[in-house]
Write a protein that binds this ligand. Structure first.
Ligand code: LLP
Length: 432
């Protein structure tokens, strides 16, 4: 694939300059400064429509799409989810608060978390339609905190650890393997179901999530089979919910195949559920898909300015003003990225360079060994596939301030998150 295909679907080259949704990136960087993040609305809308059409095609009975807020959540993104009637997966009270502020109604808020605090649970019971219970202790805590009858009370689903992981690029993004810290074994699931029965808790669903950024959907089959076996054993009858999590992959580098089609992912899930339910005489569940990355990664672009260039033997370091504090994915997972210069993106690529940020860590690398055209100090570079798990995992290391975020539509660019200030950095501090 070519580098431009990694960028949002509205990206073009106009007058030798990178343009997204009709906005010249150089102009946006001039007006808003760098490092700068932009989100292209059309790319996000198109991704949602892709999932919804696939559901309508392969599972027309009853299904919905849940946006995994951990990929990137703020007020505007929460509001955007409701333009598409999405459910929102929130981890803990912080994300729940963002979803509520963005107008996400109770029935669309679904709460995850591997060790939910009492405050998380209180917020979940107050604002959410569903809690995905991770473990037995959590279930007991819920029963103690909110004796039934309690109004309102969310539905409860149980999180299964299926013992099968998917192929991701890094062990840290696998969650389905048998020794994972997430979810419950089959035996624990049955114990939890029994507990719910004894305590009149509204259990009506099963969830699992095997890992993130995978392209081969085949390991889902075994996990779905296990989930359906458990649904039978628990005795779900008519109205029940089944969520095989999220994790469908995206393309970060031109060496990879293009972003895989969500249709294929949904087809594999739907077919296995339909066949599996038929074989068992089990009622078809309400199917929940839970993508994060595949909805927002491609829509996001990071724009950095080059501040210095160093030559060290074979190595050429392009030093930029963004790096591991806005995108820790290289440092955490050795993630591979690509980029284009904002001006002259089509120029011949003549030199292999490595791109690194300004922070005091040798691991503060953005891209290693990428063929680029000649780059000058002061130039802007644009890094595609930056929309998921960058800003949501960002930090203030070295006193850095989180970048501004723009929302791009044709003819309109809005700041949806202002750049952090020095005052923001010290807002929580108290003197001695
Ligand atoms: N559902 C659950 C329960 C999850 O834990 C996750 C991601 C998702 C859905 C959405 O997965 P997605 O479709 O976005 O891949 N920081 C890592 C990814 C961690 C994913 C955590 N859970 C990265 O940057 O690759």
């Amino acid at each position: 694939m070519n580098r431009l295909q990694l960028f949002p679907i509205t990206t073009t080259i106009e007058k030798n300059s990178l343009t997204i949704a009709g906005h010249d990136l150089a102009g946006l960087a001039k007006d808003h400064g760098t490092p700068l993040y932009i989100y292209d609305r059309e790319t996000m809308d198109t991704a949602v429509i892709g999932y919804k059409s696939a559901l309508a095609l392969h599972y027309p009975m009853t299904g919905s799409v849940t946006y995994a807020g951990k990929a990137f959540l703020n007020l505007a993104i929460a509001q955007w989810t409701q333009l598409h009637n999405l459910f929102v997966d929130c981890t803990g009270e912080g994300e729940i608060a963002m979803a509520v502020a963005g107008g996400v109604p109770r029935e669309h808020i679904l709460v995850h978390g591997v060790n939910k605090s009492e405050a998380d649970l209180e917020s979940a019971v107050k604002y959410a339609g569903t809690i995905v219970v991770d473990n037995l202790t959590e279930l007991q805590r819920i029963a103690n905190l909110f004796p039934i009858p309690h109004s309102p009370f969310p539905d409860l689903w149980l999180r299964l650890v299926p013992g099968v992981a998917v192929e991701t690029h890094h062990a840290h993004t696998q969650t389905g393997q048998h020794d994972s810290k997430f979810g419950m074994t089959s035996a624990e699931m049955m114990e939890a179901a029994q507990f719910c029965k004894m305590n009149n808790l509204p259990l009506n669903g099963i969830h699992f999530h095997q890992g993130s950024n995978f392209r081969d959907a085949s390991p889902l089959k075994a996990a779905i089979e296990l989930g359906l076996d458990l649904a039978m054993e628990i005795g779900f009858t008519n109205e029940w919910h089944f969520s095989p999590g999220g994790g469908w992959g995206v393309a970060y580098h031109e060496d990879e195949l293009p972003q895989p089609d969500s249709n294929e992912y949904v087809r594999v899930i739907a077919e296995n559920i339909v066949e599996g339910c038929k074989a068992r005489g089990l009622a078809l569940p309400h199917l929940h898909l839970e993508p994060g990355r595949s909805l927002v990664a491609r829509a996001g672009v990071a724009v950095y300015k080059v501040g210095a260039i160093k030559r060290r033997g074979e190595k050429v370091w392009i030093l930029t003003d963004g790096g591991m504090t806005d995108n820790p994915r290289y440092a955490m997972y050795g993630a591979r990225y690509s980029c284009l210069t904002v001006s002259g993106p089509g120029e011949a690529r003549s030199e292999k360079v490595s791109i690194a940020g300004p922070y005091c860590e040798s691991g503060d690398v953005v891209i290693e060994d990428l063929l680029m055209p000649k780059i000058e100090v002061g130039e802007l570079i644009a890094i595609p596939a930056s929309g998921a798990y960058h800003l949501s995992m960002s930090s203030n290391y070295n006193g850095s301030r989180k970048p501004a975020v723009l929302w791009l539509e044709a003819g309109r660019a809005r700041v949806i998150q202002r750049r952090e200030t020095i005052e923001d950095l010290m807002r929580r501090d108290e003197g001695l």
